[in-house]
Design a protein around this ligand. Structure first.
Ligand code: XIL
Length: 382
């Protein structure tokens, strides 16, 4: 027997109040881990990009053309702080491939031109990614064994060729791993995999390398940071994939570790993280800290406490990962709070705006900025 409409609403209501309860509990625990005496003192003379460069590191952020165009002060800030620009959205298939045989580079070219005009490196995210939301409807409806190889090769070749010789790095394949799909190799049972088998990853890298031998080719994935079984399984699967790619001669040069952190960071285990980074480095790969932000989703409303906990998560994480010499870059996913995807992907239940990034809504640096600056200052030089 089903629950019936009333029963169902009741169940939802119970779930909601349970969620709210767990939210309060989280906020309470977070508050308890706050250390009001912790200092994030640092001078603010030097921008993050310059501080990173002083250590041989690269710092930058992801952004979108319309944000730079709509707000010249934001564009100025971006140029002051960053040395590399990553395409947050404008390179997605939905944006540049309106039809199977048609590309539209109008927006992407302007974003690229912005990097050239302001002496920023250009980093492309991402060439092959399964996520339905970023794919054009025609592709979602038609991708299959008959056309997938041609579409993949044509896409990677056309896009990489357009900026060849002028690209710092490509996220060639994004998020190909999901051990919970149950495959022995830990790969996600994505529409690319279904159409082409596991070798679609190798194919994408080979075409990218052939088209632009100068760009750094990156495999980028998430869920690799915490000491929880799901992340442990993802780390294992990632290493397995990278080993397999290396063994078959796939031109992969680096791992991008998406670092969507949680402000409590209770499950962060420095030893495990260091060991994972070392394992990747032992494969002769570089490591990029990509998509860095700290969700304040479950933190208390109080701004001072919230900003301090976010800053603590930044510094605790970066101080560990930057000890590994194979880590060569740190990239925020957005630069100022109101533009962060977390404001829509993880809205706060108190309806306050999220504060996951180094700059606030007035483009002023926050404690998170200090935390990143301190981590760069304390990092061993490359
Ligand atoms: C988010 C972006 O911020 C959006 O603008 C985009 O369209 C989709 O989602 N992992 C990724 C990013 O690799 O591309 C995602 O970005 C966040 C999760």
């Amino acid at each position: 027997m089903g629950l019936g409409a009333t029963g169902m609403l009741g169940a939802i209501a119970t779930r909601k109040s349970r969620n709210r309860l767990s939210h309060y509990l989280q906020a309470f625990q977070a508050q308890a881990s706050d250390d009001p005496a912790r200092s994030f003192a640092v001078d603010r003379e030097m921008a993050l990009g310059d501080r990173a460069a002083a250590k041989g590191l690269l710092y930058g952020a992801a952004t979108q053309l319309h944000l730079l165009e709509e707000n010249p002060e934001f564009a100025d800030r971006f140029v002051q702080e960053c040395k590399v620009l990553v395409t947050e959205n404008d390179l997605n298939w939905r944006e540049i491939r309106p039809a199977p045989s048609q590309f539209d580079f109008a927006v992407l070219d302007q974003l690229f031109d912005f990097t050239q005009a302001h002496n920023l490196l250009f980093r492309g995210h991402s060439l092959i990614w399964h996520l339905r939301e970023i794919l054009p409807p025609w592709l979602r409806d038609s991708l299959g064994p008959a056309n997938a190889e041609w579409l993949l090769i044509d896409h990677v070749r056309t896009v990489v060729h357009r900026y060849a010789g002028q690209t710092h790095s490509w996220d060639v394949v994004n998020e190909a791993i999901d051990p919970s799909d149950g495959r022995a190799d830990g790969l996600r049972d994505s529409l690319w995999l279904q159409a082409l088998g596991p070798d679609y990853i190798d194919l994408a890298f080979r075409v990218a390398a052939e088209t632009d031998p100068t760009a750094m080719l990156v495999y980028n994935d998430h869920g690799l940071v915490y000491d929880i079984p799901r992340h442990e399984a993802r780390r294992t699967a990632t290493l397995k994939l990278l080993e397999r790619l290396q063994a078959q001669g796939t031109p992969v040069h680096a791992l991008g570790i998406q670092s969507h952190l949680s402000a409590q960071g209770r499950e962060f285990n420095p030893q495990k993280m260091r060991a994972f980074l070392r394992n990747v480095a032992d494969l002769d790969l570089k490591i990029l800290i990509t998509e860095l932000d700290v969700s304040d989703y479950e933190l208390p409303t109080d701004l001072e406490v919230r900003d301090r906990l976010v800053a603590a998560a930044y510094e605790d994480y970066l101080s560990v990962v930057l000890d590994e010499p194979a880590v060569i870059a740190v990239i925020n996913w957005g630069l100022s709070d109101p533009h962060s995807w977390l404001s829509w992907a993880r809205p706060r239940s108190d309806e306050e705006s999220s504060r996951p990034l180094p700059f606030d809504e007035n483009l002023q640096p926050k404690l998170a900025w200090n935390a990143i600056a301190r981590a760069f200052d304390n990092a061993p030089p490359r």
